[in-house]
Write a protein that binds this ligand. Sequence first.
Ligand code: FE2
Length: 401
Amino acid sequence: MVAPVSVATKFNVGGILLDRPFKIRRLGHFGFNMADLEKAHHFYSDLLGFRVSDEFARGGWFMRFGTDHHAFALFQKPPAQTGTTPAAGERRYARPDITINQITWQTQSLSEPVNAVDFLLERGVELQRTGRDGAGSNWATYFYDPDGHTNELYYGIEQVGWDGKSKPAEYRRPVREKVHLPVKSEFDEIQESLATTNVPIDAGYRPMELPGVHDVDGILLPRPFKIVKHGPVNLFVEDVARARDFYLQILGLQVTEEVTYRGEPCVFLRCNTEHHSLGLFPLTLREPLGLSIHTTCASFGIQVANYRQLREAVAFLRAEGVRVETDRVPPELHPGVDYAAWAFDPEGHCIQLYYYMEQVGWDGRTRPASQRRKVNPSRWPEVLEPMADTFMGEPLLGPWG
Ligand SMILES: [Fe+2]
């Protein structure tokens, strides 16, 4: 149960008084547990274009599309769970259909994930672990939502630059306990590692890439589109009101829009100016929507750079044998996004491809439905008229390939 948050308690976050000791700024990364990692790698890396930044010791990969060390991760699926009753030492809620490895939220200072520990415990939230990860070097606090999805609050993920190399493993400094503040800056840590290890600064992992054969708005890339953003994450949950309370009261997301679809409530929440970073749908909609019953993930969003690339992504993935739906995607389930396609990974996870998301400003108001683009999911025109916010939102930093 989620205890009600006392309105009297305020937390000083960078000189601003908030109801919780952190402020989520964006979706940081996301991951799936998958049974066949080779097939998963082909789909997410070769076809979608996530690039491996580090290999995971127990099987799997950290992957990126920009400078964040990982925006997406693939992990080996644990042996099949036999039921919903967890064994000793396992998490309290162990649904066998949770194939999401983690849903990760970025905060802007180290004190935030650290101070979140007591805040979450005092409110009865089950912690998984806190400290600092190895690969990616982010300081993090992991915990479960009411359905058992692992969420993470983090600060300071490693940035990968022009040389495409991750930080050498020997430079990492994992922490397995609540972090004692303050800590050294990353720059000072690296100076120390240079002085105390014999490992050169460029010893880290660097992936290979497929040949660039598609002219993508002037750059030759291995596929005719470029991922520029990830999310939203859409979840199937047992009780939408319970999950809504958790993400609202505990994590501080804001409700942007609530819709009723086939008589069921669906909620869309934001953490910044994007219309939504998280959607909550009732589990009862999973089968009627034709989505895979093996997962509680309704969809994971991938934004490509523009509308032309979205159209080309659909054609490219279909030619590669991927199941891609366009006219079966209900517009009610992607408010603030005009054109969206569903592409299915080898194990049935739904990837929502799109190119545009409505931006919400200081007054929290969404665009009136009458002023949204009229979309016929069965008929995608070749070109579109611009809207006021067609290219708004944070652009990708750096080159595409
Ligand atoms: Fe993480």
